[in-house]
Design a protein around this ligand. Structure first.
Ligand SMILES: *[C@@H]1O[C@H](CO)[C@@H](O)[C@H](O)[C@H]1NC(C)=O
Ligand SMILES: *[C@@H]1O[C@H](CO)[C@@H](O)[C@H](O)[C@H]1NC(C)=O
Ligand SMILES: *[C@@H]1O[C@H](CO)[C@@H](O)[C@H](O)[C@H]1NC(C)=O
Length: 388
């Protein structure tokens, strides 16, 4: 062994036996140098893209592109320096994520984590105040669903004079589908209609997802007149929603919440059910009235109220029930829609007449959505239709 070392490592007549101590010193120094490199140079540490152009290293964030004006408020600027040995005058700015408590209400203790934005669209509402904001809950890998919605009911310029903003709500891929942050960032830079926070996109995190939407409105779009939160497998007749239900010609309402109205529902105590709710999490016998998460509509003023009150209410994983609990605590009563048939939690059999006069129908594949949406556009006047 030592003769091997002597031959291969110290060919210049080095006397191995007398210099064993020196050799050990070398090894130790080399290790120390390696560790110095490892901990001193951030590039060696695992990196995570947190926001377009922001790279997270060990709780500080470097912003590496020119769009620094749209950095979310959860980041605080730390250092600005310019590279010396670099002609390009590249700015190096570091950011720190602010403490998680942003809004506190009634001095409530903050036990709810706030997941920072990976992708944000902070400027969507800056030019003018939208009439309608569509918040669409969708999993990262469901690109086809987003594409279909962009071409159908989620188009932002469907109606002249009515500003619509469409936002897809995403967490991070939890199913190992290979939908990386970069995939989503690419899609987002093309369409600018995605917001994403740093939580796992699972069924039991849907409440987190909805609260991300409420937080976004509170922070970036507080004046929006109406909001609809819905799912990616829904057919939404945006025209009936706007002209039949919300009516832009009258002053926007406040404290208004409607959808598929669910009153008098008891918690499901069957552990095998998708809607199981433990006694511990929700001890009550009945839920307060709420609207099915497949599609509910509310006045924009409620987003901030719901977000703030949510900070003092432990999160229940059933997001629609949870929003109902928030409304109850606020003393705001959701109301049934003008016609019971407006909102549907199941798939309504397609007919031009019926679809002209509903807001939601459920369980649509992206291809079906395109097919029936186009059919409806061609048959808008098939039935006597009153509005518009
Ligand atoms: C200057 O630095 C930036 C970022 O560190 C790098 O992208 C760029 O290639 C550098 N330019 C030169 C000329 O070294
Ligand atoms: C993102 O877009 C760039 C440039 O268009 C492309 O080179 C890259 O492969 C894309 N990455 C992913 C994960 O789609
Ligand atoms: C929700 O997301 C967080 C953050 O990624 C994760 O730790 C947690 O396990 C998720 N919760 C559920 C119920 O999936």
């Amino acid at each position: 062994m030592s003769s091997w070392r002597r031959r291969h490592c110290f060919p210049l007549g080095w006397n191995w036996h007398t210099n064993r101590f020196l050799f050990h010193c070398f090894v130790l120094l080399f290790l120390l140098f390696f560790m110095f490199l490892l901990f001193n140079n951030n590039r060696w540490l695992p990196r995570q893209i947190i926001y377009r152009g922001i790279v997270e290293v060990d709780n500080t964030y470097s912003f590496q592109s020119k769009v620094s004006e749209s950095i979310p408020k959860v980041f605080q600027k730390l250092v600005v320096s310019r590279s010396k040995n670099n002609q390009s005058n590249h700015r190096k700015v570091q950011y720190r994520r602010l403490p998680t408590v942003e809004i506190t209400s009634n001095g409530a203790s903050q036990n709810t984590p706030h997941y920072g934005y990976i992708i944000n669209e902070a400027k969507k509402c800056q030019k003018s105040t939208p009439f309608l904001l569509l918040l669409i809950s969708v999993e990262p890998q469901q690109l086809n669903a987003r594409e279909a919605i962009r071409q159908t009911w989620g188009k932002e310029d469907l109606f002249p004079g009515i500003q619509i903003v469409t936002l897809f709500l995403l967490g991070r891929d939890a199913k190992g589908t290979g939908t990386t942050d970069q995939t989503i960032i690419n899609e987002s830079s093309q369409y600018h209609d995605i917001i994403q926070q740093n939580y796992l996109d699972t069924y039991n995190n849907l409440t987190v997802k909805t609260l991300m939407g409420m937080h976004w409105i509170t922070t970036f779009c507080p004046k929006v007149a109406y909001v609809m939160k819905t799912d990616s497998d829904m057919f939404v007749n945006t025209e009936h929603l706007i002209y039949g239900l919300l009516k832009p010609e009258i002053a926007p309402q406040t404290n208004y919440f409607t959808g598929y109205f669910m009153k008098g529902y008891a918690p499901n105590r069957n552990k095998k059910s998708k809607w199981y709710m433990s006694q511990e999490l929700y001890p009550g016998d009945l839920y307060p009235p709420f609207c099915s998460g497949t599609g509910y509509v509310f006045s924009g003023d409620l987003a901030e109220k719901i977000y703030k009150v949510s900070l003092s209410i432990p999160r229940l994983h059933l997001e629609d029930v949870y929003i109902g609990v928030c409304l109850a605590k606020l003393g705001i009563k959701p109301v049934p829609p003008p016609k019971e048939s407006d909102f549907n939690i199941w798939r309504v059999y397609y007919s031009d007449c019926v679809y002209n006069q509903i807001v939601t129908s459920h369980q649509f594949q992206p291809t079906e959505l395109l097919k029936y949406w186009n059919q409806l556009q061609q048959n808008k006047h098939a039935c006597s239709k009153t509005h518009k």
